[in-house]
Design a protein around this ligand. Sequence first.
Ligand code: LLP
Length: 431
Amino acid sequence: MISNCLGKNEKGHLTIGGCDTVDLAKEYGTPLYVMDEGKIRATCRMYRESFEKYYGGQGMPLYASKAFSCKEICRIVNEEGLGLDVVSGGELYTALQAGFPAEKIHFHGNNKTAEEIAFALDSGVGHFVVDNLTELETLNRMAGEKGCRACVLLRIKPGVDAHTHQFIRTGQIDSKFGFALETGEALAAAKEAAGAEHLDFKGVHCHIGSQIFDVAPFVLAAEIMVDFIHEIQKETGVALTELNLGGGFGIKYVDEDTPPKYDAYMHSVSDAVHRKCGEYGLPVPYIFIEPGRSIVGEAGITLYHVGGVKEIPGVRTYVSIDGGMGDNPRYALYQSSYTVVAAGKMDAPCTEKMTVAGKCCESGDLIQENVMLPKLEPGDLLAVLSTGAYNYSMASNYNRIPRPAVVMIRDGQPRVIVRRESFEDLVRNDV
Ligand code: LLP
């Protein structure tokens, strides 16, 4: 199985967190996102423990809430002692509504609005990860007007090619995120930050991409960032004490995916940071990382009921489901690979090559092409695996299709953590 929270019971049904997916579909309806809390918590703990092991506790994992944001996930990661990465006023609001401590939040974004900055300052957000000079000036001015100070990290483009899908590659110079090192832009920004009256310039941040399997680009980025901390100290006299190395660790979507052990990543990066700091005689900074996908991705699945099966002789067979790009736009956007299984027929031989199609009025609304599945009939249940990250959070109401519910399983007990949208919800803001 793709994830260790999944299994198969004596009825030949797929299970998640010990619950029968056929029963879950019956009780909560489909499409349905289902997540296993035990798996999420175990990953959070693994990250926390690796900070103890490799940094003597001098660091903190932040959960990148863009991967999956709702109040309950904020409560869970808070209980596990993680901080939070938010990238909009909406993610910040969600976290605060869940009682997440503002001081453990890092506020990201390449175009934070003045309203968002005011909201974050008023809420006491712990760190602003500043993307550009306009933001730096606005933040400094607004903090001054409010009579407070803002704690700042600068987002740097370390120029590392992370060998991933170009849409989600952000470390290179042609990226809308952050300050470039090569052009001197980053150093100029550091000088501005160091001199800003109402800002505490604490450190630097980088994020080199997402769904990365190689450890090497992370190590290289960490080395470049320590080099830059040293350069800033030389050029400005400011001794930075914090380094946020971003997220991006890959997960398993299909059998061929081979993500590294996250502990191995933590170990290699820690070695690099310690070695570089040793060379420069710098104290090791307090380290943050921001995993999103690796905390929730493999902990989630999506359940769908099959509608029609359309065989086009000599062409292909489409199996239509009751969801699609509205709840999972990732194939339409990135041609992402997914494992699809017949959740109620796990023992049946997979003899049919199928294209799983959504119900939107759009030819590109596919979940996966050419997957091997058993013979299917209307009413059969399909499960798409590893949908815990960037599915619910990227869902839309295209074609006025309500967003599915999210069910979380703890100790074999399911509970709804996000209710299914209703038709009334769809017209709530219509005038
Ligand atoms: N930190 C920053 C600054 C980020 O931009 C991201 C992701 C993360 C952390 C978390 O990265 P993760 O650990 O989840 O890889 N929608 C795309 C993924 C976009 C990722 C954007 N940034 C997808 O569905 O694959």
